[in-house]
Design a binder for this molecule. Structure first.
Ligand SMILES: Nc1nc2c(ncn2[C@@H]2O[C@H](COP(=O)(O)OP(=O)(O)O)[C@@H](O)[C@H]2O)c(=O)[nH]1
Ligand SMILES: [Mg+2]
Length: 113
C-alpha cells in the first residue's frame, strides 16, 4: 500500500512547488488533487488551496479524499509566515482535528527571505 503525504494550505504558499520538488510553472492554479510518486516509496498529494480563492468543489473533493484514507501518514499544512495564521488555516486545522488526521502545521518563510 502506498504511503501518502499531502500538502495543504492557502493558495500561493508553495504547496505545488514543494510537492513537484521544483518551482511550479503555473503558480497558485491547482484546482484538482495532483499525485507524485517518489521512487515507488511514497506518494505526495498536492491539494488545491483553501480559503477565499479555493475551487468551488474544494470541501467535497478534499474531505471525501481525506476521510478514511488509511495510508495517509501525514498532512502538512503550510502557513504563510509573512501573513501569519489566517482564519482559513484555523478552519483547516479544525477539520484535521475532527477527521483525526495526523497533521503538522509548517511555517513557510519564503515571503520573508
Ligand atoms: N522565493 C521563493 N518562491 C517560492 C518558493 N516556493 C514557491 N515559490 C513561488 O511561490 C509561488 C506560489 O507557489 P506554488 O507552489 O504554486 O503555491 P501553491 O499555490 O501553494 O501551490 C510561485 O510563484 C513559486 O514560484 C520558495 O521556496 N521561495
Ligand atoms: Mg498549487
Amino acid at each position: 500500500m502506498f504511503i501518502l503525504v499531502c500538502f495543504m494550505g492557502r493558495s500561493n504558499v508553495g504547496k505545488s512547488s514543494l510537492s513537484y520538488v521544483r518551482v511550479s510553472k503555473t503558480p497558485g492554479h491547482t484546482k484538482k488533487l495532483n499525485f507524485f510518486t517518489v521512487r515507488k516509496a511514497f506518494t505526495l498529494v498536492d491539494m488545491p488551496g483553501y480559503g477565499h480563492n479555493a475551487p468551488r468543489d474544494f470541501v467535497e473533493m478534499v474531505e471525501s479524499y481525506l476521510l478514511d484514507r488509511q495510508n495517509l501518514v501525514r498532512t502538512i499544512s503550510l502557513v504563510d509566515g509573512g501573513a501569519g495564521l489566517q482564519k482559513a488555516d484555523l478552519v483547516a486545522v479544525d477539520m484535521f482535528e475532527v477527521f483525526n488526521l495526523p497533521y503538522v502545521v509548517s511555517l513557510s518563510l519564503m515571503r520573508l527571505l
